[in-house]
Write a protein that binds this ligand. Structure first.
Ligand code: FES
Length: 683
């Protein structure tokens, strides 16, 4: 034993002594080294490639020469001739240990490879999908030992892969005999192993060695859009990402109107279920076609969605979600056959997994954000907000995580804003106002140029300047506050108060002119007093939700803020804080997580252990219901001021000095513009 050759694997550093003649793959398995194999060491799959290192390795106490491994053999020869092996590579199942050697396992040969993501701040995904391919040599039928083909496939799975008691549904059994015979009893099976302690399942089977791979779909079923990532289940690479509008929009723009549609129209929920499922099928077919993959190779689907979408996908009437106490039919994760969901564009035995919901207003999409952003592992107290028509908010650290949702309404998406529009070419997405001249300059989606730069007119000739999108209106309101056009209570000053004709009277209030396109038949883009009011309502709801969670944690500040969601990616941290959307933190502590819900779905697709992880995490998250919490209203009113009536913003003050004009000399300054206006109307 002491004289047996020493083998050291890198990058794991695992080491051990093995008898001369032990294949590298066998040594790797004994040491628990992450070395892939689909063919079980038969020299067919080439997944076990390794790079032996020869020379002096003082760190490992090894000197190794080319004689440390057996000679290149016929199997490697054949593989190299057919497919080509990279220089210096060996097949781990063929090369045998003859002397001390250092063996490097390249990333592509690791089963649990890390899918490195471009954004440094975002967690990498460790590959460990629920469904994997296994090459099998199945025993031939024997009259003297009569057994069924399925039983012999099971036995092969047990003996060759240590997979016991695999199930197969009748559609699989019905294709078993021709496949086995076509492959001369050598087949590749796709085996699904759930984390829920159910029996392994044979999802599909192909004759011989199946080279076309396996795929999965991570789907973010949103109320406005359905976004999907077609993912290679072997490498974790995203083959294609695509999205379509959710056709349920025809039943109601927002979630509550869809719940009402279901309440008012018998069978309305089924109509919406059918619409979503059909759209998912169409999206799947389209993505498979454009990516040139056979859709039957899609064997896994993972869904993240808000509670209403969750119920509608599952065919559950969402009526209860429209009224207190907002009871979910189930908040547990769901693992089922995709075909039971009417998802027919994928493999007929594909599995679907739906992440757990956190509460009646905080859905599987928020759970996916928690999976992706991991607030429960943070040393710092982190606030994560996913901004949409409902803001979903998580606050926590390694000690405790809380969640709530807050009804921000659609203003942050440019809806209910006089010049508002969805983020599309032509929409103003960024704006700066000169504090002296009060003149704005802006950028529109579709052009990188600012409006005061040469070439702007030409660059925007095709799209025009059509309105303001969500990020644009946030910047516009914050910039108006910075430039002294807006006071703390949210009132726009008149032209005489602000010294600019851009502030012009409209009824009893003032509006601010951003851009007048009427000379070229374009729209006049303004920010009106009621736009400011709509943004105040939305941002107060968001801030109040965050404050409520901070109260629960007895925290008067947070250490960092993560803005999640596609919209979050476009919000400028400075403007979000000036507006008082989020609590005061150093600007460098505000980051964007992009589509964190989509990332969470991809993690659950690629790593089966992550499913158990998020199920346990969700169980530990404290849910706070904003609708019934009296302090929510107090926080909401205080958050109406810009940035805030009572909470100090010392970090913001380090970056910028906000002017303090007062445009309503007789007012109480509590920012209750709507209330004052109503009183005036009655008078
Ligand atoms: Fe398949 Fe080595 S394990 S080729």
């Amino acid at each position: 034993m002491g004289n047996d050759p020493l083998i050291v694997f890198t990058p794991s550093g695992k080491r051990g002594r093995f008898q001369i003649g032990t294949p590298i793959l066998a040594a790797a398995r004994q040491l628990g080294v992450d070395l892939d194999s689909v063919c079980g060491g038969r020299g067919i799959c080439s997944k076990c490639q390794v790079t032996p290192g020869y020379g002096e390795f003082p760190k490992h106490g090894i000197t190794s020469g080319p004689g440390a491994l057996s000679e290149w053999n016929a199997v490697e020869e054949r593989y190299d001739a057919k497919r080509g092996l990279k220089a210096g590579r060996r097949l781990g199942c063929q090369a045998k240990i003859l002397g001390d050697v250092v063996i490097d396992v390249p990333p592509e040969s690791q089963v649990h490879k890390q899918v490195v993501r471009k954004e440094a701040a975002v967690r990498n995904i460790k590959m460990d999908p629920a469904t994997r391919l296994c090459f099998l040599e199945v025993g031939h039928p024997d009259m003297h030992e009569p057994t069924g083909d399925l039983e012999r496939v099971r036995r092969a799975l047990h003996e060759q892969w240590n997979i016991c008691d695999a199930t197969a549904d009748i559609t699989l059994v019905s294709k078993l005999q021709p496949v086995l015979r076509k492959g001369n009893f050598q087949v590749t099976a796709a085996i699904h192993r759930s984390h829920k302690n159910t029996r392994p399942q044979i999802l599909d089977i192909w004759p011989g060695f199946h080279e076309a791979g396996l795929f999965g779909l991570a789907i973010d079923l949103g109320s406005t859009t359905i976004a999907a990532h077609l993912t290679d289940l072997e490498t974790g690479g995203v083959i294609a990402s695509s999205g379509i509008m959710n056709p349920q929009i025809r039943f109601g723009e927002d979630l509550m109107s869809r719940v009402s549609y279901s309440m008012m129209n018998p069978g309305g929920d089924s109509e919406m279920t059918a619409a979503a499922r059909e759209a998912i099928n169409n999206l799947t077919e389209e993505m498979a076609r454009t990516s040139e993959i056979d859709a039957s190779l899609i064997v896994e689907m993972v869904f993240v969605c808000n509670p209403v979408m969750h119920h509608l996908l599952l065919g559950i009437d969402p009526t209860e979600l429209g009224q207190a106490p907002f009871a979910l039919a189930t908040s547990e994760s769901i693992a089922m056959d995709a075909r039971e969901l009417g998802l027919s564009a994928v493999n007929p035995r594909a599995r679907a997994y739906i992440l757990p919901c956190i509460a009646g207003h905080v859905g599987a999409d928020c759970a996916a954000v928690a999976l992706s952003e991991e607030p429960g592992k943070s040393d710092e107290l982190v606030l994560i907000v996913d901004v949409g028509t409902n803001a979903e908010i998580l606050l926590g650290d390694k000690f405790r995580v809380l969640a709530c949702s807050s009804p921000t309404g659609p203003a942050f998406e440019g809806a209910q804003i006089s010049s508002g529009q969805r983020a599309a070419p032509g929409a103003i997405e960024a704006i700066r106002i000169d504090p002296v001249t009060k003149t704005p300059r802006f950028r529109v989606i579709g052009s990188p140029l600012w409006s005061d730069e040469d070439g702007f007119e030409e660059a925007t000739a095709a799209t025009g300047i059509t309105g303001i999108c969500g990020s644009g209106i946030i910047e516009a309101v914050a910039e108006m506050r910075i430039a002294g056009l807006l006071d703390e209570s949210g009132l726009i000053g008149s032209s005489s108060q602000t010294g600019t004709e851009r502030c012009f009277p409209e009824g009893r209030t003032s509006s601010y002119l951003v851009h007048d396109g009427t000379r070229s038949a374009g729209p006049k883009i303004t920010v009106t007093q009621s736009d400011i009011r709509a943004i105040q309502l939305a941002k107060s709801a968001l801030y109040a939700g965050a404050r409520l969670l901070m109260d629960e944690r007895k925290a008067d500040k947070v250490d960092r803020v993560v803005l999640a969601g596609a919209f979050g990616a476009h919000i400028s941290p400075l403007h979000a804080i000036v507006l008082g959307m989020i609590p005061d933190v150093p600007l460098s502590k505000v980051t964007s997580a992009g589509n964190a819900a989509g990332t969470g779905a991809r993690i659950a697709l690629c790593n089966v252990a992550a499913r158990r992880e998020i199920e346990q995490t969700v169980g530990k998250i404290t849910k706070v219901e904003t609708a019934i919490e009296p302090r929510f209203q107090e926080h909401f009113v205080a958050a109406n001021a810009i940035p805030h009536k009572t909470d100090p913003f010392p970090e913001l003050a380090k970056s910028i000095a906000l002017p303090s004009p007062k445009f309503n000399a007789g007012g109480d300054g509590n920012g209750d513009i709507g209330g004052r206006r109503r009183r005036r109307r009655r008078a």
